[in-house]
Ligand binder design. Sequence first.
Ligand SMILES: Nc1ncnc2c1ncn2[C@@H]1O[C@H](COP(=O)(O)OP(=O)(O)O)[C@@H](O)[C@H]1O
Ligand SMILES: [Mg+2]
Length: 273
Amino acid sequence: MNNASYLSFFGFSSAPFGKEIGDADLWLPPSKQDLVDGLCEAAAERECVLVLGEPGLGKTCVLRAVRHRLSPTEYRLTYCHNATLGKRDFYRQLCLALGLSPSATAAAVFYAVSSHVQELGKERVHPVFLLDEAHLLHSDTLDHLHILLNYEWDSRALLSLFLIGLPELLDRLTLRRHRSMLSRIHRRFVVGPLTQDDTADYLRTRLRLVGVDREPFHLDAVALLHDHSGGALRDVDRLATAALREAARKKRKTVDAETLQRVLDAEGRERTS
Ligand SMILES: Nc1ncnc2c1ncn2[C@@H]1O[C@H](COP(=O)(O)OP(=O)(O)O)[C@@H](O)[C@H]1O
Ligand SMILES: [Mg+2]
């Protein structure tokens, strides 16, 4: 069954578990709301933070919710996810993300970024650099980052760095060579897996966004889906979509545990073939 026909079979206005979701529509149960509040508070206090979590738990979406919350007249958020670059190219990318033209030499690029931060300070706009996938940062980049935080003989907090990544980011930062950066991190946030109630709430919320009031997932299917996703939203998205497609193929308006099990079996077969 192709995409359009499963959507029309259920009467969805768009794919319920796709990654295209507006910042204002993001699902924020209390656990995620706490994270968003904490991150906004850290930005207000001009702090640097770490956000850690396994893949697919919703780290990047939490950042989007933060972007939605912070006023653009008070904060300038710059999002970078190209962490695999070496130091010079990393700062060149940062220049581009800031709307500056990157210069040729490493020193000039770094100077452009830090002057820009100082200019924003004069305008009373607080810059926040969000470095996503930061566990992938080159060691020389990670080594150097704390220098970005030094303004006026290290007497002013003109920049907040948010480092977001897998839990191994913390292992890297605890290495002796990165202790200067680690000592500048004010707070650590951990994005944890969903509870089963969260999973049920998430399914309901996203289905409501595409115009569905009556829930197609049986309770036993929700429990099975939760167990197999390990509480990770990206896996919930994948399995829920596959289960809805499978139900539509069988012309069934509901997803029961049996339907989901067929999807899981098919995934298992694909993995072993
Ligand atoms: N707060 C949220 N609201 C709605 N959907 C979400 C939310 N968090 C995660 N998701 C869904 O889960 C997927 C993976 O989330 P993402 O933030 O990319 O995870 P991570 O960055 O931790 O790998 C997203 O594409 C989205 O479909
Ligand atoms: Mg991410």
